[in-house]
Design a protein around this ligand. Structure first.
Ligand code: 3EB
Length: 357
């Protein structure tokens, strides 16, 4: 199967080449990252413009999801979405406004955002989410006597509960990172298919974290496993230097990067144990790497190069991670087609990578 025919394909491209997508069918949607946020004119497509810095000298970059299914666009409240027969991609940006009750504004806007998403998915007959991406500014700042990431966790969990969704075991893969500016931004990929949650034997499931990390445990699985168009696909959540529920290697970004990758390797092994025929491999995944301090980019890239030891697609971004002592977080996905026509390849800074089948 050529990548253009794969039921789902991830393309990583510079924002300057986005316009060439406009006349092209088959775009579900995606997200672009730059500082400041890149103005996106193709408003017809659900493309999220996220204010997030890249390594010095790198161009604004976009992740775009493609599907060959006949697609149609729609809006539901604040959500822009595009769907085919089996896949739906949506995104929204909401400004924080003080609610008319005692809730923190981020908690309230998060709950409203997730409620809108679940309403849309219920209306369109998409019950399963493969992946959520959550971005909002000042993720580690305190207000209302609580860190904002913890406020976000309350709002997210309340929306799951309000829609009768489970908050343990059968929960979607996700990530939550601090953007440089803008409101709450969420992107999601949903499917008309059964998704199986994958947990990491090295880590306590996040939905069982003890209350020292906040009054509500975060509602996400370590990974989601799905079979679509005859292919097994894996969506690995943001993964950090956490073993059990504890942060390891405080202040040591190289060791934290290695721990992240050990965790992803454990998740991949667990996914392969659950679906032996899938044969997921670390060197066949596409990565997104969030580094807290831009001066640590080179160290993180070096550690990833040594660990993975193969050219893979990897987007590096500067972002705050959801525990103040975490310096790096890595997410990944695989099993879908990957077309990384750009740079961000280990070892070299601008090599063309062939589409991975
Ligand atoms: C962790 O393992 C690191 O709240 O959606 C990773 C992935 C993290 C997703 C989320 C948070 C989330 O707890 C943080």
């Amino acid at each position: 199967m050529r990548p253009s025919e794969a039921i789902l394909r991830l393309e990583v491209l510079p924002a300057s080449r986005l316009s060439r997508l406009a006349g092209q069918g088959g775009v579900l949607g995606g997200a672009c990252f730059s500082h400041p946020a890149h103005p996106l004119d193709g408003a017809e497509l659900p493309l999220l413009a996220v204010d997030m810095s890249l390594p010095a000298g790198e161009e604004a970059i976009c992740e775009v999801w493609h599907s060959p299914e006949p697609l149609e666009s729609g809006r539901h409240g604040p959500i822009r979405y595009r769907q085919g027969e089996t896949l739906l991609f949506g995104c929204l940006s909401l400004d924080e406004a003080a609610p008319d009750d005692a809730r923190a504004s981020l908690q309230a806007v998060t709950e409203a955002a997730y409620e809108a998403i679940f309403e849309l998915l219920e209306a369109r007959g998409y019950q399963t989410v493969l992946r959520f991406w959550n971005y909002f500014p000042a993720i580690n700042r305190e207000s209302h006597g609580m860190e904002r990431y913890r406020q976000f966790n309350i709002g997210r969990q309340d929306a799951f509960l309000a829609h009768g969704r489970p908050i343990i075991d059968k929960v979607p893969a996700a990530c939550a990172l601090g953007s440089t500016g803008g409101g709450l931004q969420i992107a999601f990929l949903a499917a008309r298919a059964n998704v199986v949650g994958v947990e990491n034997p090295r880590q306590l499931s996040a939905y069982h974290y003890p209350s020292q990390y906040g009054p509500r445990s975060p509602t996400f699985a370590r990974a989601g496993l799905v079979r679509l168009g005859g292919r097994d696909m894996l969506f690995v959540s943001g993964t950090a230097s956490i073993v059990g529920h504890r942060t390891l290697h405080r202040g040591d970004v190289a060791a934290q990067t290695r721990e992240c990758l050990h965790n992803i390797a454990a998740i991949v092994a667990e996914a392969n144990r659950q679906t032996p025929a899938a044969g997921f491999r670390l060197d066949a995944l596409a990565y997104k790497v969030y580094v807290r301090h831009s001066e640590d980019m080179a160290t993180v890239r070096r550690e990833m190069t040594q660990f993975i030891d193969a050219p893979v697609s990897a987007v590096f971004l500067q972002a705050d991670v959801c525990r103040a002592e975490l310096l790096v977080e890595v997410e990944a996905s695989g099993g879908h087609a990957i077309d990384s026509g750009i740079a961000r390849v280990f070892g070299e800074s601008s090599t063309r990578v062939e589409a991975v089948e």
